[in-house]
Design a protein around this ligand. Structure first.
Ligand SMILES: [Zn+2]
Length: 273
């Protein structure tokens, strides 16, 4: 059984460089099941806070660029060694990432990278289709020529990264494409919502990927979306985005995701970020 926490927009937005904002926590908060989380100090010193944020971000980035698989055990000692940190900081980070549903905290069994349920995966893509349709509609109506040019340059960088085998860079640029559309749309609430959805998408994709599929955004489809936006035809642009997200979701299957083991020290010790 996996105990999931609720989203913490403050963390997600901090990662996105957006202003933070606290969100009321809903009723389902199994914090009492994790006394170690409650034992963490409420007001860390500035240095400790900075270290926590750095650790937070590195784990978050490792999820985003597919280096951490769903179900990976997140051992506190291994993470503390990898980050030159201590277990208290790691525990605090894991608790916060659990708010984003990127980590699952299990009583007496430690933390793992979250394994989203099939239903959660379907809901996530449905939410992305709704949010990104609204975003693309706004973009198509209002985009400036310079912004269109920037989008094309971004798609070109994305293509180049994959062509050169720079998968981590390519994945980041793929996510940036969706975030940039949200930024152009100019609706901060939608952008924040999308950022949360984007952070959770890699875990769904990794947990339920289909064999032989590339499991990432199609660059050709990104270019089709840009071309559709450039025509000024809202219906066409929304259809291109919807088709793109359906294509990504269509690569998923319902195989059982299992718990996996990863050398956390090796993964993060060599991380130059
Ligand atoms: Zn995409």
């Amino acid at each position: 059984m996996h105990a999931y926490f609720v989203n913490n927009k403050e963390i997600a937005w901090a990662h996105a460089g957006l202003p933070g904002m606290c969100v009321p926590l809903p009723r389902r908060q199994p914090l009492r099941a994790y006394p170690h989380a409650l034992a963490a100090p409420a007001e860390p010193s500035r240095i400790a806070w900075k270290r926590t944020k750095t650790t937070d971000r590195r784990i978050y980035d490792a999820v985003l660029d597919h280096r951490l698989q769903p179900g990976t055990k997140l051992k506190e000692v291994a993470l503390a060694d990898a980050f030159g940190s201590n277990r208290g900081v790691v525990r605090k980070v894991l608790t916060r990432l659990a708010y984003d549903r990127l980590v699952a905290l299990r009583p007496n069994r430690g933390a793992v990278v979250a394994i989203p349920s099939v239903e959660e995966g379907r809901d996530l893509f449905a939410a992305r289709r709704a949010a990104e349709a609204a975003i693309v509609e706004a973009v198509t109506r209002n985009i400036a020529r310079a912004e269109l040019k920037e989008l094309r340059a971004l798609a070109e960088s994305e293509r180049e990264a994959y062509r050169c085998g720079e998968v981590r860079k390519g994945l980041k640029l793929s996510l940036k494409f969706h975030r940039q559309l949200a930024a152009i749309a100019g609706n901060g609430v939608l952008a924040e919502f999308l950022d949360q959805l984007i952070a959770r998408t890699p875990l769904v994709v990794l947990a339920y990927r289909g064999r032989g599929a590339d499991r990432t955004c199609s660059i050709d489809e990104h270019i089709e979306i840009i071309d559709a936006i450039a025509t000024g035809n809202v219906a066409k642009a929304v259809a291109a985005m919807t088709s793109h997200l359906e294509s990504l979701e269509g690569q998923l299957d319902l195989s059982d995701a299992t718990e996996t083991s990863t050398d956390l020290f090796a993964l993060f010790a060599a991380d130059g970020d």
